[in-house]
Design a protein around this ligand. Structure first.
Ligand code: MN
Length: 232
């Protein structure tokens, strides 16, 4: 219960989740509640903007087919039920760990995770962060290199489909990996950035070389401005 209360306290302030709601990543538009549905947010850059590190072909399938599919399935599963009026983050948190709601959770959490992923990368990103986030990373991991090594290990060692995250809680920054649709927002953690390590995220461009995709993410794609915003 302590972790839960701490989490509520954090999110009740102008924490990262509140910021995400404001940024539209919470996933529901301002349309009338009767018409409300989980939305597919626009991609923050053109589909070819991340080349040569992530191809337009990968983005076309990943955003246009996989992400859209999670949105459509979520809306299909919640239609006509008591879950239909909930914003995305509430939906994810309230269906987590409930076996009878696994279909809603898996799809809704994947919508959130992908909303978050597209903002975790940007054209011309990557390298070492500066500012207060750079200082916090050095405090938590010893150096940027220490952070990068631990992040790469988490992303590379996630067995099968999943995600690696930089997140924070009251104790500070931490790196974690989650399987399938699992997400730090059900674990009392505030995510700062994520990498998708499902094969659909990299297989067209890197085939089995997940490590090369992770290295490109760190060197050329990470959106540290987004991560710093989430730090609050
Ligand atoms: Mn994905």
């Amino acid at each position: 219960m302590l972790a839960r209360r701490t989490f509520l306290k954090i999110s009740a302030g102008m924490g990262a989740l509140a910021m995400l709601h404001l940024a539209g990543l919470g996933g529901r538009g301002k349309a009338a509640a009767a018409e409300a549905a989980i939305e597919l947010p626009p991609l923050p850059y053109p589909e070819n903007a991340l080349e040569p590190y992530i191809s337009a072909r990968t983005i076309g399938f990943h955003y246009g087919k996989h992400h859209r599919g999670y949105v459509d399935k979520t809306n299909g599963f919640v239609a006509g039920t008591g879950w239909a009026e909930m914003d995305l983050i509430t939906l994810v948190q309230k269906t987590a760990g409930k076996p009878e709601q696994t279909s809603i959770f898996n799809n809704a959490a994947q919508v959130f995770n992908h909303n978050f992923y597209w903002h975790s990368i940007k054209p011309g990103g990557g390298g070492e962060p500066g500012g207060s986030l750079g200082r916090e990373i050095k405090a938590a991991f010893g150096s940027y290199q220490g952070f990068a090594a631990e992040f790469k290990d988490a992303a590379a060692s996630q067995f099968g489909s999943g995600w690696a995250w930089l997140a924070r809680d009251a104790a500070g920054l931490k790196i974690l990996k989650t399987a399938n649709a699992d997400t730090p927002i059900t674990l009392g953690l505030t995510p700062l950035l994520t990498i998708d390590v499902w094969e659909h995220a990299y297989y067209l461009d890197y085939q089995n070389r997940r490590g090369d995709y992770i290295q490109s993410f760190l060197d050329h794609l990470v959106n540290w401005d987004f991560a710093a915003q989430n730090l609050g």
